[in-house]
Design a protein around this ligand. Sequence first.
Ligand code: UDP
Length: 337
Amino acid sequence: MAVLVTGGAGYIGSHTAVALHDAGHEVVIVDNFANSSPAAVDAVRALTTEDLAFVEADLLDDDAVRRVFEQHEITGVVHFAAHKAVAESVSEPSRYYRNNVGSLLGVLDAMLEHGVDRLVHSSSCTVYGQPEVLPVSESAPVRAASPYGRTKLVSEQIISDVCAVRPLAAVMLRYFNPVGAHGSGTLGEDPNGIPNNLVPLVMQVAGGSRGKLPVFGDDYDTADGSGVRDYVHVVDLADAHVAALEVLAGGHEGATAVNVGTGSGTSVLELIEAARRVTGKAIPYEVVERRPGDVAKTWAAVDLAHDFLGWRAKRGIEEMMRDHWRWHCENPGGYRR
Ligand code: UDP
């Protein structure tokens, strides 16, 4: 009886694999290392058990997916495996749709064939675009602004359609901005090349491997003019997946989208200040043009996460910065030591 974690070598997947193990689940990881490293699987095993099952496979390979379900007694799936770079999705939309939607379809078909009826799906607050009302609730209009966001939107719609007619129940977690790292310092975010996201860049600037942080605009309609996001600690986020599986095991039916955030926003400048306090390092920055496609501000309504999943974020921005910094200092080259 095991939980299949697709994309379990990735940033959120690896932390979730550990959280599932800690909660008493057996775990099977599938990953094709498209944007992750075998060393992440080693790190998960070191924190859990050397026996943790791992299969290197591409989810677009139907036979390989079927074999995973034949060789392991899977009771539920947590589906992370997907491409996630917004800018790349703009220049290569068909690759994004093929991978993100095709992988999901392969997983869904295999689940239905093998009578597996519990799915926790990795979605994103990007499905909301710029919300009109804050905090943004799950009933807000969805209007993703990038091909990446639309792959997440289409995926949610596919899951809802399948849940309506087949014996399948799903929780679709709409992540806000995951940051931080496992408290051991052995598991964390390992972006390929120059990071796109704020916190890995802030850590590189604090660590001295990058000169200056570009701040994308200080003229937004926010208290200090910089963009505001709802940063959520990746370990809290991992726990939300465990909670979602428990709700599904309790007999929940249908497909339900749930925000996963802290419920409060932090601006870019506030985050830089928190990182400066925690690291004790100067973080030089330069305000540059707004980044095309960025929303000014967004943070989550978290009532549903609490009422439906019984989950609430426990860790604040300082703990996020502290844990991310520890991971960064102990693994300056990420998993490529
Ligand atoms: N940001 C920034 N400089 C960077 C990267 C990001 O000022 O080099 C800002 C960005 O404009 C946004 C926030 O940091 O307001 C979070 O950006 P990130 O790319 O991490 O997440 P997302 O845009 O997906 O919310």
